[in-house]
Design a protein. Sequence first.
Length: 258
Amino acid sequence: MNTLREIYEYRTMIVSLIRRDLRGRYKGSALGFAWTFLNPLLQLGVYTVVFSIIMRAGIEDYYLFLFVALIPWLFFSTSVSAGASCVMAQKEMVKKIYFPREVLPIAHVTCQMVNMLLSFVVVFAVLLLSGKGISLQALLYLPIVIVAEYFLAISITMIVSAVTVYLRDLEHVLVILTMAWQFLTPVMYSIDMVPEELRSIFNINPMTPIIVAYRDILYYKRLPEIGNLLHGFVLSTILLVIGWLVFGRLKKHFAEEM
């Protein structure tokens, strides 16, 4: 509780770090912040060409099927892979001044979430313009799914950012691990395509219920299954507690290891 109170007291610092990251992301580029919207649009263009013209996946509007799951996945994978170095990147600040170290992974993940929310503007526009449309009733569940993924992203980022201070190779290993994790998550395929005998194993993956819920809401325009939603939220909360404890244990010697 003391740590939570401290983090709240340092909320201005979190906001400052988020603003700096958002401003610096496209600093020096001609289009600047517009790339936040252009990136998902360009990706959508590639998927439309590849999966609607060249490769036919056998799923109606496959480019939309993939797009609504890929945007959340990119939020998670970027949070984890880039987040591994979020503590080391601020090592001078960590060594010189006191602040709750949890601020660093929280600010990093929150910045990635802001990018995802801005990308959803493109997702909604494409769904409406394509004729697929959206369900306002199903959309009411979207904040719950976003919070569950946010908790999950923070928990894993806390663990990898803390461990990376002691084991620098982890940052490079994570590139391969996140790639493998994507193939084990129903981002590019439907969970129904997974053999029944393997489905329970896939459901251990905390990102599976979250991606399924996103797709239910945005692609199928239906309410996510309560059991699936609860499954994702419980897994995320458990991992958040684990991540919080691991980070709290390891942060004590950050300055010495840097």
